[in-house]
Design a protein around this ligand. Structure first.
Ligand code: MD3
Ligand code: FE
Length: 199
């Protein structure tokens, strides 16, 4: 993919049923919601979080927050199967001892997209990010550290895990509008888990 990044095709496939069950448990406490950007747009991706910190956006900006603004309560704990998968994937990619304190759960329905952005709200940018794709395949856009460079396109399918560290960590990236389809486990959805060391 790029220096510092590793694609682990199908790494999460054998855990899919346990992961989906855990996602449902988290979403029962912290439902998916469509956040508003500082610019006033409502995101097409539905989001929830688990772990010590959750990523949120509103008219005042982006931030990591220990409380779910919908409930005023802490985010649900990170399920053991999540933390374990993230740690094993990071180690496989050469990042030993990855202990994420934040997991953002993105839910895509047909047409949902994520425009080109950088992830730079985390305190320690030397820690990698681990992303896990489940359900319908997506076209992932992966650029460079300059927005003006044309991104490359990669297909991310059910069970694929990508570890982003090193110089890939500050690359612009996004997701093209999700094409409709039917997945045996997730039906007409794609779910992406991103594990981060945010605090
Ligand atoms: C490359 N999520 O939540 S995961 C995000 O599929 C986000 O939901 C996308 O971008 C999704 O911020 C893409 C792959 C990913 C995540 C973080 C990265 C790629 C990255 C950070 C730096 C570089
Ligand atoms: Fe991102």
């Amino acid at each position: 993919l790029a220096p510092g990044a590793a694609m682990l095709r199908g790494f999460a496939r054998e855990d899919d049923a346990a992961l989906l069950q855990a996602i449902e448990t988290v979403a029962a406490q912290a439902p998916f919601r469509h956040l508003v950007t500082p610019g006033g747009y409502t995101m097409s991706v539905g989001m929830s979080n688990c772990g010590k910190l959750g990523w949120v956006s509103d008219r005042s900006g982006y931030r990591y927050d220990p409380l779910d603004p919908l409930s005023g309560q802490p985010w649900p704990a990170m399920p053991a199967c999540f933390a374990d998968l993230a740690r094993r994937a990071a180690a496989q990619a050469g990042y030993e001892g990855f202990r994420p304190d934040a997991c953002l759960i993105n839910r895509y329905e047909p047409g949902a997209r994520l425009s080109l952005h950088q992830d730079r709200d985390e305190k320690d940018l030397s820690a990698p990010i681990v992303s896990v794709s489940l359900g319908l395949p997506a076209v992932f856009l992966f650029g460079t550290d300059r927005r003006s460079n044309k991104p490359q396109r990669y297909r991310l399918a059910h069970g694929d895990v990508v570890v982003w560290g090193g110089s890939a960590r500050l690359a612009y990236h996004g997701v093209a509008p999700l094409a409709d389809g039917e997945h045996p486990l997730l039906r007409r959805r794609r779910i992406n888990l991103t594990f981060r060391r945010a605090g």
